[in-house]
Design a protein around this ligand. Structure first.
Ligand code: HEC
Ligand code: HEC
Ligand code: HEC
Ligand code: HEC
Length: 469
Protein backbone atom coordinates (compact mmCIF):
# COMPACT_ATOMS: atom_id res chain seq x y z
CA UNK A 1 0.00 0.00 0.00
CA UNK A 2 2.76 2.40 1.03
CA UNK A 3 4.41 2.06 -2.39
CA UNK A 4 1.33 3.44 -4.16
CA UNK A 5 1.37 6.59 -2.06
CA UNK A 6 4.78 7.34 -3.47
CA UNK A 7 3.48 6.95 -6.99
CA UNK A 8 0.67 9.38 -6.29
CA UNK A 9 2.98 11.91 -4.64
CA UNK A 10 5.51 11.72 -7.47
CA UNK A 11 2.77 11.98 -10.09
CA UNK A 12 1.24 14.99 -8.31
CA UNK A 13 4.66 16.60 -8.07
CA UNK A 14 5.34 16.07 -11.77
CA UNK A 15 1.93 17.49 -12.64
CA UNK A 16 2.59 20.59 -10.54
CA UNK A 17 5.90 21.06 -12.32
CA UNK A 18 4.29 20.67 -15.70
CA UNK A 19 2.59 24.02 -15.11
CA UNK A 20 5.67 26.05 -14.43
CA UNK A 21 8.49 24.32 -16.26
CA UNK A 22 6.96 23.17 -19.51
CA UNK A 23 8.52 20.27 -21.38
CA UNK A 24 10.64 21.23 -24.37
CA UNK A 25 8.95 21.22 -27.75
CA UNK A 26 10.49 19.51 -30.76
CA UNK A 27 14.07 18.37 -30.31
CA UNK A 28 16.42 20.89 -31.87
CA UNK A 29 18.03 19.86 -35.14
CA UNK A 30 21.76 20.06 -35.55
CA UNK A 31 21.76 21.53 -39.04
CA UNK A 32 24.21 24.37 -39.17
CA UNK A 33 23.29 28.02 -39.37
CA UNK A 34 26.33 30.15 -40.21
CA UNK A 35 27.78 31.98 -37.21
CA UNK A 36 26.49 35.56 -37.04
CA UNK A 37 23.72 34.90 -39.59
CA UNK A 38 21.13 37.64 -39.18
CA UNK A 39 18.61 36.84 -41.92
CA UNK A 40 15.64 35.01 -40.33
CA UNK A 41 14.82 33.47 -43.73
CA UNK A 42 18.11 31.53 -43.62
CA UNK A 43 17.28 30.20 -40.14
CA UNK A 44 13.80 29.48 -41.47
CA UNK A 45 15.20 26.94 -43.95
CA UNK A 46 16.26 24.81 -40.97
CA UNK A 47 13.31 25.63 -38.70
CA UNK A 48 10.41 26.34 -41.06
CA UNK A 49 7.65 25.98 -38.44
CA UNK A 50 9.09 28.51 -35.99
CA UNK A 51 9.86 30.80 -38.93
CA UNK A 52 6.30 30.63 -40.21
CA UNK A 53 4.96 31.44 -36.74
CA UNK A 54 7.51 34.26 -36.36
CA UNK A 55 6.36 35.84 -39.63
CA UNK A 56 2.79 35.98 -38.30
CA UNK A 57 3.82 38.93 -36.13
CA UNK A 58 2.82 40.86 -39.26
CA UNK A 59 -0.83 40.17 -38.47
CA UNK A 60 -2.87 42.91 -36.84
CA UNK A 61 -6.17 42.68 -34.99
CA UNK A 62 -7.73 43.56 -31.67
CA UNK A 63 -9.29 40.18 -30.93
CA UNK A 64 -11.07 40.17 -27.57
CA UNK A 65 -8.55 42.51 -26.01
CA UNK A 66 -10.07 45.64 -24.48
CA UNK A 67 -6.96 47.78 -24.01
CA UNK A 68 -4.23 46.23 -26.15
CA UNK A 69 -4.14 44.18 -29.38
CA UNK A 70 -1.91 44.37 -32.43
CA UNK A 71 -3.21 47.38 -34.34
CA UNK A 72 -1.43 50.70 -34.59
CA UNK A 73 -3.13 52.81 -31.89
CA UNK A 74 -2.38 56.29 -30.67
CA UNK A 75 -1.84 56.40 -26.90
CA UNK A 76 -2.23 60.18 -26.74
CA UNK A 77 -5.82 59.87 -27.97
CA UNK A 78 -6.54 57.14 -25.47
CA UNK A 79 -4.98 58.98 -22.51
CA UNK A 80 -5.18 62.71 -23.32
CA UNK A 81 -3.72 63.91 -19.97
CA UNK A 82 -0.44 62.59 -21.41
CA UNK A 83 -0.42 65.58 -23.78
CA UNK A 84 0.17 67.79 -20.74
CA UNK A 85 2.61 65.47 -18.95
CA UNK A 86 4.73 64.90 -22.07
CA UNK A 87 4.81 68.41 -23.53
CA UNK A 88 8.39 69.25 -24.55
CA UNK A 89 9.35 65.65 -25.39
CA UNK A 90 8.99 63.50 -28.51
CA UNK A 91 6.51 61.21 -26.72
CA UNK A 92 4.12 64.15 -26.46
CA UNK A 93 4.05 64.43 -30.26
CA UNK A 94 3.54 60.77 -31.13
CA UNK A 95 3.18 57.82 -28.76
CA UNK A 96 1.68 54.54 -29.93
CA UNK A 97 0.64 51.19 -28.51
CA UNK A 98 3.02 48.37 -29.45
CA UNK A 99 2.21 45.88 -32.18
CA UNK A 100 3.93 42.84 -33.64
CA UNK A 101 7.71 42.33 -33.72
CA UNK A 102 7.68 42.40 -37.52
CA UNK A 103 7.07 46.17 -37.38
CA UNK A 104 9.54 47.26 -34.76
CA UNK A 105 11.97 49.02 -37.08
CA UNK A 106 9.41 50.26 -39.64
CA UNK A 107 7.28 51.79 -36.89
CA UNK A 108 10.34 53.67 -35.66
CA UNK A 109 11.17 54.88 -39.17
CA UNK A 110 7.56 56.03 -39.60
CA UNK A 111 7.23 57.85 -36.29
CA UNK A 112 7.48 61.61 -35.87
CA UNK A 113 11.19 62.55 -36.30
CA UNK A 114 11.25 64.19 -32.84
CA UNK A 115 11.16 60.71 -31.36
CA UNK A 116 14.44 59.73 -33.08
CA UNK A 117 16.21 62.91 -32.00
CA UNK A 118 18.55 61.32 -29.42
CA UNK A 119 20.38 59.55 -32.32
CA UNK A 120 21.63 56.07 -33.24
CA UNK A 121 21.03 54.90 -29.66
CA UNK A 122 17.32 54.59 -30.51
CA UNK A 123 18.14 51.58 -32.69
CA UNK A 124 19.31 49.51 -29.72
CA UNK A 125 16.11 47.47 -29.44
CA UNK A 126 14.87 47.88 -32.99
CA UNK A 127 17.42 46.16 -35.21
CA UNK A 128 19.42 42.95 -34.87
CA UNK A 129 22.41 44.96 -36.16
CA UNK A 130 22.53 47.15 -33.03
CA UNK A 131 25.18 45.08 -31.17
CA UNK A 132 27.59 45.12 -34.13
CA UNK A 133 26.97 48.80 -34.92
CA UNK A 134 27.78 49.68 -31.31
CA UNK A 135 30.98 47.55 -31.49
CA UNK A 136 32.05 49.17 -34.73
CA UNK A 137 31.13 52.81 -34.06
CA UNK A 138 31.65 53.18 -30.30
CA UNK A 139 30.42 56.52 -28.92
CA UNK A 140 29.31 57.57 -32.43
CA UNK A 141 26.72 54.78 -32.37
CA UNK A 142 24.96 56.46 -29.46
CA UNK A 143 25.11 60.08 -30.58
CA UNK A 144 25.41 60.33 -34.38
CA UNK A 145 22.09 61.31 -35.99
CA UNK A 146 19.68 58.39 -36.28
CA UNK A 147 19.58 58.43 -40.09
CA UNK A 148 23.39 58.24 -40.35
CA UNK A 149 23.56 55.22 -38.07
CA UNK A 150 20.56 53.58 -39.72
CA UNK A 151 22.31 53.99 -43.10
CA UNK A 152 25.03 51.57 -41.89
CA UNK A 153 22.51 48.70 -41.88
CA UNK A 154 22.70 46.65 -45.12
CA UNK A 155 20.03 47.89 -47.57
CA UNK A 156 18.20 44.56 -47.73
CA UNK A 157 17.65 44.73 -43.96
CA UNK A 158 16.86 48.44 -43.68
CA UNK A 159 13.38 47.46 -42.40
CA UNK A 160 14.21 44.17 -40.67
CA UNK A 161 12.63 43.97 -37.20
CA UNK A 162 13.34 41.23 -34.67
CA UNK A 163 15.54 38.32 -35.82
CA UNK A 164 16.26 34.82 -34.51
CA UNK A 165 19.80 35.86 -33.57
CA UNK A 166 18.40 38.36 -31.04
CA UNK A 167 17.45 35.40 -28.81
CA UNK A 168 19.24 32.25 -30.07
CA UNK A 169 22.77 30.89 -30.55
CA UNK A 170 22.89 29.78 -34.21
CA UNK A 171 24.73 26.50 -33.53
CA UNK A 172 22.94 25.11 -30.45
CA UNK A 173 19.71 27.18 -30.55
CA UNK A 174 20.29 27.90 -26.85
CA UNK A 175 18.69 31.11 -25.62
CA UNK A 176 21.20 33.95 -25.35
CA UNK A 177 21.47 37.68 -24.73
CA UNK A 178 22.45 39.68 -27.77
CA UNK A 179 22.30 43.03 -25.96
CA UNK A 180 25.52 44.18 -24.32
CA UNK A 181 23.90 45.69 -21.22
CA UNK A 182 22.13 42.55 -19.98
CA UNK A 183 24.86 40.78 -18.01
CA UNK A 184 25.87 43.94 -16.14
CA UNK A 185 22.27 44.76 -15.31
CA UNK A 186 21.50 41.25 -14.00
CA UNK A 187 24.72 41.20 -12.00
CA UNK A 188 23.82 44.57 -10.45
CA UNK A 189 20.77 42.93 -8.81
CA UNK A 190 22.99 40.32 -7.17
CA UNK A 191 22.06 37.55 -9.62
CA UNK A 192 24.73 35.55 -11.45
CA UNK A 193 24.03 35.83 -15.20
CA UNK A 194 26.01 32.63 -15.81
CA UNK A 195 23.70 30.41 -13.75
CA UNK A 196 20.21 31.26 -14.94
CA UNK A 197 17.53 28.56 -15.05
CA UNK A 198 15.71 27.74 -18.26
CA UNK A 199 12.56 29.50 -16.97
CA UNK A 200 14.57 32.61 -16.09
CA UNK A 201 16.00 32.67 -19.61
CA UNK A 202 12.51 32.32 -21.07
CA UNK A 203 11.80 35.63 -19.33
CA UNK A 204 15.12 37.40 -19.66
CA UNK A 205 15.43 37.09 -23.44
CA UNK A 206 12.32 39.28 -23.55
CA UNK A 207 13.69 41.58 -20.84
CA UNK A 208 16.48 42.55 -23.28
CA UNK A 209 13.97 45.02 -24.73
CA UNK A 210 10.88 44.90 -22.51
CA UNK A 211 12.60 46.87 -19.77
CA UNK A 212 13.18 50.50 -18.90
CA UNK A 213 16.51 52.10 -19.72
CA UNK A 214 18.38 55.36 -19.24
CA UNK A 215 20.22 57.25 -21.97
CA UNK A 216 22.64 59.49 -20.03
CA UNK A 217 23.53 62.79 -21.75
CA UNK A 218 26.58 65.04 -21.85
CA UNK A 219 26.28 68.78 -21.22
CA UNK A 220 25.07 69.36 -24.80
CA UNK A 221 22.34 66.73 -24.23
CA UNK A 222 24.11 64.26 -26.54
CA UNK A 223 23.67 60.59 -25.56
CA UNK A 224 26.79 58.95 -24.13
CA UNK A 225 25.47 55.42 -23.58
CA UNK A 226 22.53 53.30 -22.47
CA UNK A 227 22.03 51.31 -19.26
CA UNK A 228 19.29 49.59 -17.27
CA UNK A 229 18.71 51.44 -13.97
CA UNK A 230 18.84 48.35 -11.73
CA UNK A 231 21.91 49.35 -9.66
CA UNK A 232 19.94 49.98 -6.47
CA UNK A 233 17.72 46.89 -6.78
CA UNK A 234 17.67 43.26 -5.81
CA UNK A 235 16.76 40.38 -8.11
CA UNK A 236 12.97 40.00 -8.06
CA UNK A 237 12.48 43.43 -6.53
CA UNK A 238 13.14 46.29 -8.94
CA UNK A 239 10.82 49.04 -7.73
CA UNK A 240 9.91 52.42 -9.17
CA UNK A 241 11.60 53.94 -6.10
CA UNK A 242 14.89 52.19 -6.97
CA UNK A 243 14.67 53.37 -10.57
CA UNK A 244 13.90 56.91 -9.43
CA UNK A 245 16.91 56.82 -7.09
CA UNK A 246 19.21 55.82 -9.96
CA UNK A 247 17.79 58.54 -12.24
CA UNK A 248 18.25 61.12 -9.48
CA UNK A 249 21.79 60.00 -8.65
CA UNK A 250 23.27 61.85 -11.65
CA UNK A 251 21.98 64.96 -13.49
CA UNK A 252 23.15 63.29 -16.74
CA UNK A 253 20.16 60.92 -16.34
CA UNK A 254 17.62 63.73 -16.61
CA UNK A 255 16.89 63.35 -20.31
CA UNK A 256 14.35 66.11 -20.96
CA UNK A 257 12.60 69.15 -19.61
CA UNK A 258 8.85 69.45 -19.18
CA UNK A 259 7.97 72.71 -20.93
CA UNK A 260 4.87 73.49 -18.90
CA UNK A 261 6.50 73.12 -15.46
CA UNK A 262 10.14 73.83 -16.37
CA UNK A 263 11.11 70.66 -14.43
CA UNK A 264 13.96 68.45 -15.70
CA UNK A 265 12.93 64.79 -15.77
CA UNK A 266 14.12 61.27 -16.45
CA UNK A 267 11.94 58.86 -18.38
CA UNK A 268 10.64 55.37 -17.65
CA UNK A 269 9.94 53.25 -20.74
CA UNK A 270 7.92 50.01 -21.02
CA UNK A 271 9.03 48.40 -17.70
CA UNK A 272 7.38 45.01 -18.42
CA UNK A 273 10.16 43.00 -16.82
CA UNK A 274 10.50 45.30 -13.82
CA UNK A 275 6.79 45.36 -12.94
CA UNK A 276 6.32 41.65 -13.58
CA UNK A 277 9.31 40.43 -11.58
CA UNK A 278 8.59 42.60 -8.55
CA UNK A 279 6.87 39.89 -6.55
CA UNK A 280 3.86 39.21 -8.81
CA UNK A 281 1.96 35.99 -8.13
CA UNK A 282 2.95 34.55 -11.49
CA UNK A 283 6.63 35.46 -11.12
CA UNK A 284 6.70 33.90 -7.67
CA UNK A 285 5.13 30.76 -9.11
CA UNK A 286 7.97 30.52 -11.63
CA UNK A 287 5.92 31.48 -14.71
CA UNK A 288 7.91 33.04 -17.59
CA UNK A 289 7.02 35.61 -20.26
CA UNK A 290 7.20 32.82 -22.85
CA UNK A 291 4.62 30.72 -20.94
CA UNK A 292 1.95 33.36 -21.56
CA UNK A 293 3.17 34.91 -24.82
CA UNK A 294 4.73 31.94 -26.66
CA UNK A 295 2.45 29.00 -25.76
CA UNK A 296 3.07 25.61 -27.35
CA UNK A 297 1.10 24.90 -30.47
CA UNK A 298 0.59 21.88 -32.68
CA UNK A 299 1.51 22.26 -36.32
CA UNK A 300 0.67 19.04 -38.17
CA UNK A 301 2.42 16.32 -36.20
CA UNK A 302 4.90 18.73 -34.58
CA UNK A 303 4.76 20.77 -31.41
CA UNK A 304 6.47 24.16 -31.34
CA UNK A 305 6.65 27.28 -29.21
CA UNK A 306 4.55 30.00 -30.81
CA UNK A 307 6.94 32.63 -32.13
CA UNK A 308 4.17 35.19 -32.41
CA UNK A 309 4.12 36.94 -29.02
CA UNK A 310 0.86 38.84 -28.71
CA UNK A 311 -2.01 39.44 -26.30
CA UNK A 312 -3.22 36.12 -24.81
CA UNK A 313 -6.74 37.52 -25.24
CA UNK A 314 -6.30 37.30 -28.99
CA UNK A 315 -5.78 33.55 -28.68
CA UNK A 316 -8.80 32.90 -26.46
CA UNK A 317 -6.56 32.44 -23.39
CA UNK A 318 -4.91 29.32 -24.84
CA UNK A 319 -1.68 30.12 -22.96
CA UNK A 320 -3.46 30.38 -19.61
CA UNK A 321 -5.19 27.04 -20.08
CA UNK A 322 -1.82 25.29 -19.86
CA UNK A 323 -2.05 25.89 -16.09
CA UNK A 324 -5.56 27.11 -15.27
CA UNK A 325 -8.70 25.03 -15.40
CA UNK A 326 -11.13 27.97 -15.40
CA UNK A 327 -12.98 28.84 -18.62
CA UNK A 328 -11.49 31.27 -21.15
CA UNK A 329 -14.39 33.63 -20.42
CA UNK A 330 -13.60 33.63 -16.68
CA UNK A 331 -9.91 34.27 -17.32
CA UNK A 332 -10.62 37.07 -19.78
CA UNK A 333 -13.04 38.72 -17.34
CA UNK A 334 -10.33 38.54 -14.67
CA UNK A 335 -7.85 40.29 -16.95
CA UNK A 336 -10.31 42.99 -17.99
CA UNK A 337 -11.41 43.63 -14.41
CA UNK A 338 -7.80 44.13 -13.29
CA UNK A 339 -7.23 46.44 -16.25
CA UNK A 340 -10.40 48.51 -15.69
CA UNK A 341 -9.36 49.12 -12.09
CA UNK A 342 -5.82 50.03 -13.08
CA UNK A 343 -7.04 52.34 -15.83
CA UNK A 344 -9.43 54.12 -13.48
CA UNK A 345 -6.73 54.98 -10.94
CA UNK A 346 -4.20 55.74 -13.71
CA UNK A 347 -6.67 58.22 -15.21
CA UNK A 348 -7.17 59.93 -11.86
CA UNK A 349 -3.46 60.04 -11.08
CA UNK A 350 -2.60 61.23 -14.60
CA UNK A 351 -5.25 63.97 -14.58
CA UNK A 352 -4.21 65.13 -11.12
CA UNK A 353 -0.56 65.23 -12.19
CA UNK A 354 -1.65 67.33 -15.19
CA UNK A 355 -3.56 69.66 -12.82
CA UNK A 356 -0.37 70.08 -10.79
CA UNK A 357 1.52 70.90 -14.00
CA UNK A 358 -0.91 73.70 -14.84
CA UNK A 359 -0.73 75.11 -11.30
CA UNK A 360 3.07 75.08 -11.43
CA UNK A 361 2.98 76.76 -14.83
CA UNK A 362 0.95 79.63 -13.37
CA UNK A 363 3.20 79.81 -10.30
CA UNK A 364 6.28 80.04 -12.56
CA UNK A 365 4.74 83.12 -14.19
CA UNK A 366 3.83 84.80 -10.90
CA UNK A 367 6.50 87.33 -9.91
CA UNK A 368 6.03 87.38 -6.14
CA UNK A 369 5.74 83.61 -5.70
CA UNK A 370 7.17 81.89 -2.59
CA UNK A 371 10.17 80.07 -4.09
CA UNK A 372 10.34 77.44 -1.36
CA UNK A 373 6.71 76.37 -1.86
CA UNK A 374 7.19 76.32 -5.63
CA UNK A 375 10.34 74.17 -5.33
CA UNK A 376 8.41 71.75 -3.09
CA UNK A 377 5.57 71.58 -5.61
CA UNK A 378 8.06 70.79 -8.38
CA UNK A 379 9.82 68.07 -6.38
CA UNK A 380 6.45 66.43 -5.64
CA UNK A 381 5.44 66.79 -9.28
CA UNK A 382 8.53 64.85 -10.33
CA UNK A 383 7.76 62.02 -7.89
CA UNK A 384 4.18 61.81 -9.15
CA UNK A 385 5.36 61.87 -12.75
CA UNK A 386 7.65 58.82 -12.39
CA UNK A 387 4.88 56.80 -10.77
CA UNK A 388 2.23 57.63 -13.37
CA UNK A 389 4.84 57.17 -16.09
CA UNK A 390 5.88 53.75 -14.73
CA UNK A 391 2.42 52.19 -14.89
CA UNK A 392 1.18 53.91 -18.05
CA UNK A 393 4.32 53.11 -20.06
CA UNK A 394 4.09 49.47 -18.98
CA UNK A 395 2.18 47.46 -21.52
CA UNK A 396 -0.25 45.21 -19.62
CA UNK A 397 -2.47 47.89 -18.01
CA UNK A 398 -1.67 46.40 -14.62
CA UNK A 399 -2.18 42.69 -15.39
CA UNK A 400 1.48 41.69 -15.03
CA UNK A 401 1.39 42.69 -11.36
CA UNK A 402 -1.97 44.12 -10.27
CA UNK A 403 -1.10 44.81 -6.61
CA UNK A 404 2.16 46.58 -7.41
CA UNK A 405 0.59 48.62 -10.23
CA UNK A 406 -2.13 49.82 -7.81
CA UNK A 407 0.41 50.64 -5.10
CA UNK A 408 2.51 52.71 -7.49
CA UNK A 409 -0.53 54.53 -8.87
CA UNK A 410 -1.89 55.20 -5.39
CA UNK A 411 1.38 56.83 -4.42
CA UNK A 412 1.47 58.71 -7.73
CA UNK A 413 -1.99 60.09 -7.00
CA UNK A 414 -0.86 61.05 -3.48
CA UNK A 415 2.21 62.93 -4.74
CA UNK A 416 0.21 64.64 -7.48
CA UNK A 417 -2.29 65.84 -4.84
CA UNK A 418 0.52 67.09 -2.62
CA UNK A 419 2.17 68.88 -5.52
CA UNK A 420 -1.08 70.59 -6.45
CA UNK A 421 -1.70 71.61 -2.81
CA UNK A 422 1.76 73.20 -2.55
CA UNK A 423 1.42 75.05 -5.85
CA UNK A 424 -2.06 76.33 -4.93
CA UNK A 425 -0.78 77.41 -1.53
CA UNK A 426 2.00 79.39 -3.20
CA UNK A 427 -0.45 81.00 -5.63
CA UNK A 428 -2.93 81.93 -2.89
CA UNK A 429 -0.10 83.42 -0.84
CA UNK A 430 0.84 85.55 -3.86
CA UNK A 431 -2.76 86.77 -4.09
CA UNK A 432 -3.63 84.97 -7.34
CA UNK A 433 -7.31 84.22 -7.91
CA UNK A 434 -7.61 80.46 -8.49
CA UNK A 435 -10.14 78.39 -10.38
CA UNK A 436 -11.42 75.19 -8.69
CA UNK A 437 -9.98 73.25 -11.54
CA UNK A 438 -7.37 74.29 -14.09
CA UNK A 439 -8.28 74.02 -17.75
CA UNK A 440 -5.79 71.51 -19.17
CA UNK A 441 -5.86 73.38 -22.51
CA UNK A 442 -5.35 70.08 -24.33
CA UNK A 443 -5.78 71.63 -27.77
CA UNK A 444 -2.78 73.83 -27.12
CA UNK A 445 -0.50 70.83 -26.53
CA UNK A 446 -1.97 68.62 -29.21
CA UNK A 447 0.74 68.29 -31.87
CA UNK A 448 -0.42 64.95 -33.22
CA UNK A 449 -0.46 64.71 -36.97
CA UNK A 450 -3.06 62.66 -38.79
CA UNK A 451 -0.74 60.12 -40.49
CA UNK A 452 -3.59 57.66 -40.87
CA UNK A 453 -3.80 57.05 -37.13
CA UNK A 454 -7.23 56.94 -35.58
CA UNK A 455 -7.56 60.59 -34.62
CA UNK A 456 -10.04 61.50 -31.92
CA UNK A 457 -10.64 65.23 -31.90
CA UNK A 458 -13.05 64.90 -28.95
CA UNK A 459 -10.46 63.87 -26.39
CA UNK A 460 -11.84 61.31 -24.00
CA UNK A 461 -11.25 62.31 -20.40
CA UNK A 462 -13.93 60.10 -18.90
CA UNK A 463 -13.12 58.07 -15.80
CA UNK A 464 -14.04 54.41 -15.84
CA UNK A 465 -15.94 54.88 -12.59
CA UNK A 466 -18.16 57.53 -14.16
CA UNK A 467 -19.42 54.92 -16.58
CA UNK A 468 -19.53 51.68 -14.70
CA UNK A 469 -18.92 51.23 -11.04
C1 HEC B 1 12.28 37.01 -28.73
C2 HEC B 1 13.15 35.88 -28.63
C3 HEC B 1 13.10 34.84 -29.72
C4 HEC B 1 13.27 35.02 -31.07
C5 HEC B 1 13.51 36.31 -31.80
C6 HEC B 1 13.21 33.72 -31.67
N1 HEC B 1 13.02 32.77 -30.71
FE1 HEC B 1 13.01 30.76 -30.98
N2 HEC B 1 12.60 30.48 -29.03
C7 HEC B 1 12.48 31.47 -28.09
C8 HEC B 1 12.10 30.89 -26.81
C9 HEC B 1 11.86 31.65 -25.51
C10 HEC B 1 12.04 29.50 -27.02
C11 HEC B 1 11.73 28.42 -25.99
C12 HEC B 1 13.04 27.90 -25.48
C13 HEC B 1 12.91 26.97 -24.31
O1 HEC B 1 11.80 26.64 -23.93
O2 HEC B 1 13.96 26.58 -23.77
C14 HEC B 1 12.37 29.28 -28.42
C15 HEC B 1 12.45 28.03 -29.00
C16 HEC B 1 12.86 27.80 -30.31
C17 HEC B 1 13.13 26.49 -30.85
C18 HEC B 1 13.02 25.17 -30.10
C19 HEC B 1 11.72 24.46 -30.45
C20 HEC B 1 10.48 25.19 -29.98
O3 HEC B 1 9.67 25.58 -30.85
O4 HEC B 1 10.32 25.43 -28.77
C21 HEC B 1 13.46 26.69 -32.18
C22 HEC B 1 13.83 25.62 -33.19
C23 HEC B 1 13.41 28.11 -32.43
N3 HEC B 1 13.06 28.76 -31.26
C24 HEC B 1 13.68 28.70 -33.66
C25 HEC B 1 13.62 30.06 -33.89
C26 HEC B 1 13.77 30.66 -35.20
C27 HEC B 1 14.01 29.91 -36.49
C28 HEC B 1 13.66 32.00 -35.02
C29 HEC B 1 13.69 33.08 -36.07
C30 HEC B 1 12.80 32.89 -37.22
C31 HEC B 1 13.46 32.23 -33.61
N4 HEC B 1 13.41 31.04 -32.96
C32 HEC B 1 13.33 33.50 -33.03
C33 HEC B 1 12.68 32.83 -28.28
C34 HEC B 1 12.92 33.41 -29.51
C1 HEC C 1 15.08 43.11 -29.67
C2 HEC C 1 14.02 43.68 -28.86
C3 HEC C 1 12.86 42.81 -28.40
C4 HEC C 1 12.91 41.54 -27.87
C5 HEC C 1 14.12 40.67 -27.61
C6 HEC C 1 11.54 41.19 -27.56
N1 HEC C 1 10.69 42.21 -27.91
FE1 HEC C 1 8.67 42.22 -27.79
N2 HEC C 1 8.58 44.01 -28.72
C7 HEC C 1 9.68 44.79 -29.04
C8 HEC C 1 9.23 46.00 -29.68
C9 HEC C 1 10.12 47.14 -30.14
C10 HEC C 1 7.81 45.92 -29.79
C11 HEC C 1 6.86 46.95 -30.41
C12 HEC C 1 6.93 46.85 -31.93
C13 HEC C 1 6.08 47.87 -32.65
O1 HEC C 1 5.08 48.35 -32.12
O2 HEC C 1 6.43 48.21 -33.80
C14 HEC C 1 7.45 44.65 -29.17
C15 HEC C 1 6.15 44.18 -29.08
C16 HEC C 1 5.77 43.06 -28.32
C17 HEC C 1 4.41 42.64 -28.05
C18 HEC C 1 3.13 43.29 -28.60
C19 HEC C 1 2.69 42.50 -29.80
C20 HEC C 1 1.33 42.88 -30.32
O3 HEC C 1 0.88 42.18 -31.24
O4 HEC C 1 0.75 43.87 -29.85
C21 HEC C 1 4.48 41.54 -27.25
C22 HEC C 1 3.32 40.75 -26.66
C23 HEC C 1 5.88 41.26 -27.03
N3 HEC C 1 6.63 42.19 -27.70
C24 HEC C 1 6.35 40.22 -26.24
C25 HEC C 1 7.69 39.79 -26.24
C26 HEC C 1 8.13 38.57 -25.61
C27 HEC C 1 7.25 37.61 -24.85
C28 HEC C 1 9.48 38.50 -25.82
C29 HEC C 1 10.43 37.38 -25.41
C30 HEC C 1 10.09 36.03 -25.86
C31 HEC C 1 9.87 39.68 -26.59
N4 HEC C 1 8.75 40.42 -26.82
C32 HEC C 1 11.16 39.99 -26.99
C33 HEC C 1 11.00 44.48 -28.83
C34 HEC C 1 11.46 43.23 -28.41
C1 HEC D 1 0.58 35.19 -16.60
C2 HEC D 1 0.65 35.54 -17.99
C3 HEC D 1 1.61 36.61 -18.44
C4 HEC D 1 2.95 36.69 -18.19
C5 HEC D 1 3.80 35.77 -17.35
C6 HEC D 1 3.42 37.83 -18.92
N1 HEC D 1 2.39 38.42 -19.59
FE1 HEC D 1 2.53 40.00 -20.83
N2 HEC D 1 0.52 40.13 -20.91
C7 HEC D 1 -0.36 39.22 -20.35
C8 HEC D 1 -1.71 39.73 -20.51
C9 HEC D 1 -2.98 39.04 -20.05
C10 HEC D 1 -1.61 40.97 -21.15
C11 HEC D 1 -2.74 41.95 -21.52
C12 HEC D 1 -3.22 41.68 -22.89
C13 HEC D 1 -4.40 42.50 -23.30
O1 HEC D 1 -4.82 43.41 -22.60
O2 HEC D 1 -4.92 42.23 -24.39
C14 HEC D 1 -0.19 41.16 -21.44
C15 HEC D 1 0.31 42.23 -22.19
C16 HEC D 1 1.63 42.31 -22.62
C17 HEC D 1 2.12 43.21 -23.62
C18 HEC D 1 1.26 44.14 -24.48
C19 HEC D 1 0.55 43.30 -25.52
C20 HEC D 1 -0.22 44.08 -26.57
O3 HEC D 1 -1.16 43.51 -27.16
O4 HEC D 1 0.13 45.23 -26.85
C21 HEC D 1 3.48 43.01 -23.71
C22 HEC D 1 4.45 43.75 -24.61
C23 HEC D 1 3.82 41.99 -22.75
N3 HEC D 1 2.67 41.57 -22.12
C24 HEC D 1 5.10 41.52 -22.52
C25 HEC D 1 5.42 40.64 -21.48
C26 HEC D 1 6.76 40.37 -21.03
C27 HEC D 1 8.01 40.93 -21.64
C28 HEC D 1 6.66 39.48 -19.98
C29 HEC D 1 7.75 38.96 -19.09
C30 HEC D 1 8.57 39.99 -18.44
C31 HEC D 1 5.25 39.18 -19.82
N4 HEC D 1 4.54 39.91 -20.73
C32 HEC D 1 4.74 38.27 -18.91
C33 HEC D 1 0.00 38.03 -19.76
C34 HEC D 1 1.26 37.71 -19.31
C1 HEC E 1 2.75 28.38 -16.34
C2 HEC E 1 1.54 28.37 -15.55
C3 HEC E 1 0.59 29.56 -15.63
C4 HEC E 1 0.17 30.24 -16.76
C5 HEC E 1 0.60 30.01 -18.20
C6 HEC E 1 -0.78 31.22 -16.31
N1 HEC E 1 -0.94 31.14 -14.96
FE1 HEC E 1 -2.20 32.29 -13.82
N2 HEC E 1 -1.48 31.43 -12.17
C7 HEC E 1 -0.56 30.40 -12.13
C8 HEC E 1 -0.24 30.09 -10.75
C9 HEC E 1 0.71 29.00 -10.28
C10 HEC E 1 -0.99 30.99 -9.95
C11 HEC E 1 -0.98 31.13 -8.44
C12 HEC E 1 -1.59 29.93 -7.77
C13 HEC E 1 -3.04 29.96 -7.87
O1 HEC E 1 -3.68 30.68 -7.09
O2 HEC E 1 -3.61 29.27 -8.74
C14 HEC E 1 -1.77 31.81 -10.88
C15 HEC E 1 -2.67 32.80 -10.48
C16 HEC E 1 -3.48 33.51 -11.36
C17 HEC E 1 -4.49 34.45 -10.95
C18 HEC E 1 -4.77 34.88 -9.54
C19 HEC E 1 -3.76 35.98 -9.28
C20 HEC E 1 -3.61 36.39 -7.91
O3 HEC E 1 -2.85 37.37 -7.76
O4 HEC E 1 -4.13 35.76 -7.02
C21 HEC E 1 -5.07 34.93 -12.10
C22 HEC E 1 -6.17 35.96 -12.23
C23 HEC E 1 -4.41 34.30 -13.21
N3 HEC E 1 -3.45 33.43 -12.72
C24 HEC E 1 -4.70 34.54 -14.53
C25 HEC E 1 -3.96 34.03 -15.58
C26 HEC E 1 -4.16 34.41 -16.97
C27 HEC E 1 -5.23 35.35 -17.46
C28 HEC E 1 -3.23 33.73 -17.69
C29 HEC E 1 -2.99 33.78 -19.18
C30 HEC E 1 -2.80 35.09 -19.75
C31 HEC E 1 -2.46 32.93 -16.78
N4 HEC E 1 -2.92 33.15 -15.51
C32 HEC E 1 -1.42 32.11 -17.16
C33 HEC E 1 0.00 29.75 -13.20
C34 HEC E 1 -0.14 30.14 -14.52
Amino acid sequence: MKKYWWVIIVAAYLLSLAGCAPPKAEPVKTASIPAGEIDPAVWGKVYPLEYESFMKTREGGQGLSKYKGSDLKDKLSEYPYQLVLLDGWGFGVEFNEPRGHFYMLTDQLDIDPSRRKPGGVCLSCKTPYAPQLKEKMGLDYFQKPYDQVHAQIPKNHANQGLACIDCHEPDSMDLKFSRWFMNDAIQATGKDPQSLTRQEKRTLVCAQCHNTYVIPRDKDMKPVGLFLPWQKSQWGKISVEDIEAVIKSDPANLEWKSKITDVKLGQIRHPEFELYSNGSTHWKSGVSCADCHMPYERVGSSKISSHQPQSPLKEDMKACLQCHNQSPQWLRDQVTLIQDRTNSIATRAGNQNAQAAKAIELANKTASIDQKLLADAKALYEKAYYRVNFVTAENSMGFHNPEEAMRVLGEGLYYADQSLIKAREALIKAGVNLPDKFDLELQKYDKRGTKGLPYKPELNMELVSDKKY
